[in-house]
Design a protein around this ligand. Structure first.
Ligand code: PLP
Length: 281
């Protein structure tokens, strides 16, 4: 594991931040997870752009410079020697005497952690996984990738206790997204996923799937659908940087479609696998 703290390489054991860091005290920070396939970054540019947008949304000045962050990410991956890795980026508003209002003088704490990625078991992709549904108890700005993930953690823990892979959030009967993934359903050969608004994180993987659909004449729409649409779907799959394209074969104990990964899901999986072999940006 390679760790950079505020632009400096540090030993894992010595990688420590202040007890008054606002990330620690208030969840006042943002993060990204980027995947490295075969030594190549998979859309680092898009992840950094999302980080920048998030910073704007929460009035955080990325005082270390986004270019520096990019350099450190590339350097850290190089030094790690890992071919397949995940890069965890976290940026907080920094350390200051505790008070809610933003400190006048603080500089960002920024961390880059490179870990070798083991990936999910292959059988998950081949046979599909199960999900549960849970009420969405998060705030109304889920488009920002903040480190305030307690509601997501509780949801994931419930899924784990139920022997499921993921918890799917719903709000007033509408299906929103997973605790760490976006949700797609397939109905009559059309992909449907929640619109990219303040209720979901606009996933990089979600975007790649829509591009794949565009390029291969697969119909799709970004619209709100309800829990019954989820249960009645021909196919369901999740998307995410570490989730990739994950077929869902059961939700709340109800079998989806034929109970095996669907036809379109498999096609998207195939195109996605081809895509990760070529992207390097
Ligand atoms: N939605 C949530 C709540 C997430 O935490 C994530 C990823 O961590 C995603 C969606 C998928 O986003 P991406 O495809 O950019 O990894």
């Amino acid at each position: 594991t390679v760790v950079y703290l505020n632009g400096q390489r540090v030993d894992y054991e010595n990688a420590k931040v202040s007890v008054e860091d606002r990330g620690f005290q208030f969840g006042d920070g943002l993060y990204e997870v980027v995947h490295i396939y075969n030594g190549r970054f998979f859309y680092l540019d898009r992840h950094l752009a999302r980080l920048q947008n998030g910073a704007k949304e929460i009035y955080m000045d990325l005082d270390f410079g986004l270019n520096n962050l990019e350099k450190v990410c590339r350097q850290a991956v190089k030094e790690s020697g890992f071919n397949d890795a995940s890069v965890y980026i976290q940026v907080t508003r920094g350390a200051a005497v505790r008070q809610h209002a933003f400190p006048k003088e603080s500089s960002c704490t920024w961390v880059v952690i490179v870990r070798e990625s083991k990936g999910n078991p292959q059988e998950f992709y081949e046979n599909g996984i199960t999900c549960i549904t849970v009420p969405d108890e998060r705030w109304s700005r889920c488009n920002i990738k903040t480190v305030q993930l307690l509601a997501n953690c509780i949801a994931k823990e419930k899924a784990k206790k139920a022997g499921s892979f993921e918890a799917i959030f719903h709000r007033g009967g509408s299906v929103i997204e997973g605790s760490s993934s976006n949700v797609f359903i397939v109905k009559d050969n059309k992909l449907i996923t929640h619109p990219a608004n303040n209720k979901i994180l606009n996933g990089i993987t979600r975007g790649v799937v829509l591009e794949i659909a565009d390029q291969n004449d697969i119909k799709y729409s970004e619209e709100v659908f309800c829990i019954d649409d989820l249960f009645d779907a021909d196919e369901v799959f999740l998307t995410g940087t570490t989730t990739e394209i994950m077929p869902v074969v059961k939700v709340d104990g109800k079998i989806i479609g034929d109970g095996i990964p669907g036809k379109l899901t498999k096609i998207i999986q195939k195109y996605y696998q081809e895509h990760i072999q070529t992207v390097d940006c």
